[in-house]
Ligand binder design. Structure first.
Ligand SMILES: *[C@@H]1O[C@H](CO)[C@@H](O)[C@H](O)[C@H]1NC(C)=O
Ligand SMILES: *[C@@H]1O[C@H](CO)[C@@H](O)[C@H](O)[C@H]1NC(C)=O
Ligand SMILES: *[C@@H]1O[C@H](CO)[C@@H](O)[C@H](O)[C@H]1NC(C)=O
Ligand SMILES: *[C@@H]1O[C@H](CO)[C@@H](O)[C@H](O)[C@H]1NC(C)=O
Ligand SMILES: *[C@@H]1O[C@H](CO)[C@@H](O)[C@H](O)[C@H]1NC(C)=O
Ligand SMILES: *[C@@H]1O[C@H](CO)[C@@H](O)[C@H](O)[C@H]1NC(C)=O
Length: 456
């Protein structure tokens, strides 16, 4: 009965247009329409002169609303033969060749191209600085503004001791931990002023340099990393992620790990528990992913769940198919025309983003509730998080024209691949507005079945 009632008609043409835009977007541009001002700023403030150089405070400031850094790595090339005497709140990965500086203690680093990484938490006081020691984690600005800045202090030698002899470091690079950011050159800008804690006095840097680094999904991940599947209460159809959305699955279906073309990774069938246990025990490099038709490490399922008189409800499930990655502080950004009338998320934290100010508030960011579901565990029985979202609606509301489905979805700042909207489950024909009660009754079984299958 549900099958005949929940019978399909073609979706309207404009959804196809939206679909084409979505499909053509992934990684194509560095400009992020949902977060146009988001970037990472690197600010270098020289706060004192030393015998043969200076001490600077370096800030890595993330203004991106929904993209954090898992583990920063800041690199540059010295203009001359500068050395790093000491550091607080971070360290250079290599000491390099210090034979020309045989001091005791020796310099922290003499590398001409130092790479700086954060320290682990719990450092002795003399190694710390403000905003340090988080193992390189820099939070997304909307999610955790206090932790969206990372700071270290660096004492540089073998350079001049006045603002006319020092040279600006060159070729700034920012890894997160892989590539993804392209940085402008550091430039001399107006000196930063530092207010004292009581606000009655300000001090100022002798010299300030700053630069901006812009993210590009193309550079970070040439292939997409997440996809979206879709279902609705009025249809038995589950629209899966597009095949090969992130990579194509291995051809072989024999048990055990399969090599993935174009990567050094392997995948294993999701229900092959025995092979998984064996592989985890025996393989030198354990399988990294569950094998799926879309090969996306992360899947988001959007189920349009219920239609009431004044509200409608959807359920979002994020499934981690990575066998080797726990996502701490994951976040999801969803663009949907009805977020203007967003009501509430039950098990996630929600924040509206207003990329176009007053023109449209159609984008919402979701993240986990602390200590409850803020960690998306590695693939397996606990490798998913979910929440229902409830929206208010007005009298003109209709489930037609794809209203029940998001137009863009980002996981941890990367755009996910959506199915082709022409495949979306369509409303049963003959009803322009589904009447909540009846639809609910008829399709409860369908939606129950869907929620069971949405986990893989
Ligand atoms: C150096 O500092 C002095 C005094 O603060 C300033 O007048 C001068 O413009 C600075 N020169 C350069 C090259 O930054
Ligand atoms: C970098 O300098 C520009 C120009 O002075 C300024 O607008 C911007 O706010 C500065 N960024 C930081 C992080 O201080
Ligand atoms: C993920 O977290 C669980 C529980 O804290 C831990 O047992 C597991 O080793 C972690 N996995 C990875 C890849 O860090
Ligand atoms: C949001 O709700 C208001 C009334 O509550 C209604 O006038 C408006 O059309 C709704 N907007 C959307 C996009 O549904
Ligand atoms: C978007 O949100 C802002 C701030 O909450 C509000 O002032 C503005 O009216 C909203 N715009 C629309 C189109 O709803
Ligand atoms: C529903 O659609 C089918 C096939 O598209 C058509 O044959 C049928 O007449 C339609 N029914 C109504 C009530 O529009």
């Amino acid at each position: 009965m549900a099958g005949s009632f929940c019978h399909l008609v073609r979706s309207p043409w404009f959804l196809v247009v939206i679909g084409l835009v979505v499909v053509s977007l992934p990684g194509a541009v560095t400009y992020d329409a949902l977060d146009p001002d988001g970037k990472i700023m690197i600010r270098w403030d020289i706060i004192s002169w030393t015998g043969d150089g200076y001490t600077a405070t370096v800030n890595i400031i993330n203004t991106q609303q929904y993209r954090g850094i898992r583990s920063y790595r800041l690199g540059w090339k010295w203009a001359k033969k500068e050395i790093i005497w000491t550091m607080q709140g971070a360290q250079a990965t290599e000491q390099g060749d210090c034979t020309r500086h045989p001091t005791n203690p020796p310099p922290h680093s003499c590398s001409l191209t130092p790479a700086i990484i954060d320290l682990l938490p719990g450092q002795p006081y003399n190694l710390q600085s403000a905003n340090c020691c988080r193992d390189g984690v820099i939070a997304a600005a909307a999610l955790d503004p206090k932790n969206s800045v990372s700071t270290f202090q660096i004492t540089v030698g073998n350079t001049g001791v006045t603002n006319t002899t020092i040279n600006i470091p060159q070729k700034l690079t920012l890894g997160s931990p892989g590539p993804g950011y392209t940085c402008s050159a550091l430039k001399k800008v107006t000196q930063t002023k530092f207010p004292s804690s009581d606000g009655k006095r300000t001090t100022q840097a002798y010299v300030t340099w700053n630069a901006t680094c812009q993210y590009s999904q193309n550079i970070a991940h040439p292939a997409p990393v997440c996809c979206v599947s879709i279902s609705a209460f009025y249809s038995p159809k589950i629209v899966p992620c597009p095949d090969c959305a992130c990579n194509c699955p291995p051809k072989s279906t024999t048990p055990g790990p399969h090599a993935l073309a174009g990567t050094d990774q392997t995948c294993i069938a999701p229900n092959d528990q025995q092979a998984l246990q064996n592989a985890l025990l025996k393989e030198k490099k354990p399988p990294s992913l569950f094998c799926t038709k879309d090969m996306c490490p992360v899947k988001i399922h959007w189920h349009l769940k219920e239609n009431y008189k004044q509200y409608w409800r959807a359920k979002m499930t994020i499934t981690n198919r990575n066998l080797q990655v726990n996502y701490t502080n994951w976040n999801l950004v969803v663009q949907h025309p009805n977020f203007v009338n967003f009501t509430r998320a039950f098990s996630f934290t929600e924040k509206s983003l207003t990329p176009y100010g007053d023109i449209a508030n159609d984008t919402a960011m979701f993240w986990g509730v602390k200590y409850y579901n803020d960690m998306l565990m590695q693939a397996g029985p606990e490798g998913n998080v979910q929440s229902e979202v409830l929206f208010a609606k007005d009298s003109t509301f209709t489930l037609r024209n794809g209203w029940g489905f998001p137009s863009h979805v980002y996981f941890n700042g990367d755009l996910c691949i959506l199915p082709d909207p022409s495949d979306y489950p369509s409303l049963p024909n003959g009803s322009s507005k589904l009447r909540g009660g009846l639809a609910l009754l008829v399709c409860t079984l369908v939606s129950f079945a869907v929620s069971l299958t949405s986990l893989f």
